[in-house]
Design a protein around this ligand. Structure first.
Ligand code: AMP
Ligand code: MG
Length: 393
């Protein structure tokens, strides 16, 4: 067992060799979930001009002090239009939400507080309003010159909205990583086994906000594998292969990559890794559950590093949960990751977990039912009602 590498050491070894992708201008439509590579400073103010927060009338607040009062209506200003007249004492302009406040006016009266019609030449204001009423001032949201977002900001829909409102259509960010997925194995080429790793990993990439690239299947042939890996490395930012990293006679992938690890975990003990033309290549194990667990523990954090996430943002969230069923195991020098369903219970304010099905590394159904992995450190496991750490998937 002495050749087993602790999980944290294996993760560090891989992460050290992965560097963030080159920053570039990323179009807003491609930027959701991407990480800003430099701060964003507002070049314009938002709102860019004083405008009405209500449908109503732009007036002199002083005229309304003794409401009700009848005012002369001099024009109607729609959103997107420019006022053409100055509002004098005793006058009002009909105004729509978002339209520029006309010169002279210092308050808006909402239409509900008036009596009149769109065509009448006068309006009666029924209540007094203060100066500034329902006026959105220039720069009330963002002032020109303000630094609105730091470098390192992870872009949410809200951030994208602010950037658009500032006229920024392609902020400097780390691009979404293009992740190639390649399955290996003669049994997949000849159809004896359906290829389940590739669709599962492509989906896992999509759900992690990476850009999946389907590179197909290649058989257990050293030359063909070398070619496929070189092609994948040349055309993607990260390459994931599955299969061919254990101790079999036809396990060629691990011979192509420079680092082979036996990690002290179960499932997903074997892992191969290397840089091919500077592109990180992960040789994930072939067993379906192992390939997904290995993706979660090694590839996903590394790809997030490529996308510019900070060290504390690389890994999934962990919770302490109550085991609703026993999770037994035997000491073997390894950390076990078992597939569980996890739920937060409002009644006791705690997370709860229970095994999601068969735990063999070839038993994909348990993974399909699971929404978390429970971490069982080396030892005998956890009793029912015991405390267990879960990683949400
Ligand atoms: P290997 O590491 O290549 O020896 O593969 C380990 C086990 O995983 C074997 O039973 C393979 O048939 C199976 N396997 C490998 N790749 C896949 C795949 N893409 N889809 C389903 N099963 C696979
Ligand atoms: Mg194989």
């Amino acid at each position: 067992m002495s050749d087993l590498v602790p999980l944290e050491d294996a993760q560090r070894l891989v992460l050290e060799r992965c560097q963030p992708l080159t920053r570039r201008a990323v179009a807003l439509k491609d930027a959701l979930g991407c990480v800003l590579a430099e701060p964003v400073t507002a070049r314009t103010s938002v709102p860019p001009f004083a405008n009405s927060a209500m449908d109503g009338y732009a007036v002199h607040a002083a005229d309304t002090a003794n409401a009700p009062v009848e005012l002369e209506v001099i024009e109607t200003i729609a959103a997107g239009a420019q006022p053409t007249q100055r509002v004098a004492a005793g006058q009002a302009s009909r105004i729509m939400t978002g339209a520029p406040v006309p010169d002279g006016a210092d308050a808006i009266v909402m239409v509900e507080l008036t009596t009149g019609s769109p065509t009448s030449a006068t309006v009666t204001v029924n209540e007094a309003v203060p100066v500034g009423n329902h006026i959105r001032h220039v720069g009330e949201d963002v002032a020109a010159g303000d630094e609105v977002f730091d470098a390192g900001t992870v872009l949410t829909p809200g951030h994208l909205g602010v950037l658009a409102s500032l006229g920024v259509d392609a902020p400097m960010a780390r691009p979404r990583a293009r992740v190639g997925v390649l399955s290996t194995g003669d049994e997949l080429v000849n159809g004896a086994i359906h290829d389940s790793n590739r669709p599962a990993l492509l989906a896992a990439c999509a759900r992690s906000n990476f850009e999946p690239v389907d590179l197909g299947i290649v058989g257990d042939d050293g030359d063909a594998l070398t070619k496929a890996i070189e092609h994948g490395a040349a055309t993607t930012d990260v390459l994931l292969t599955t299969g061919g990293v254990s101790a079999g006679d036809f396990d060629y992938v691990k011979r192509i990559l420079d680092t082979q690890l036996q990690v002290a975990i179960r499932p997903a003990k074997p892992l191969a890794f290397g840089l091919v033309q500077q592109t990180p290549v992960f040789g994930l194990p072939g067993n379906p559950v192992s390939s997904m667990v290995s993706f979660e523990l090694f590839a996903r954090p590394a790809i997030r590093k490529l996308m510019g996430f900070a060290p504390e943002q690389l890994h999934r969230e962990r919770y302490t949960a109550i085991a609703d069923a026993p999770m037994k195991r035997h000491p073997d020098g390894k950390t076990h990751f078992i597939r569980v369903t996890a739920r937060y219970d409002d009644a006791d304010g705690r997370w709860h977990a229970q095994p999601a099905g068969g735990q063999g590394s070839h038993q994909l159904l348990g993974l399909a039912r699971a929404d978390a992995l429970a971490i069982l450190p080396d030892g005998v496991g956890v009793e029912e009602r015991g405390s267990v750490t879960v990683v949400m998937l």
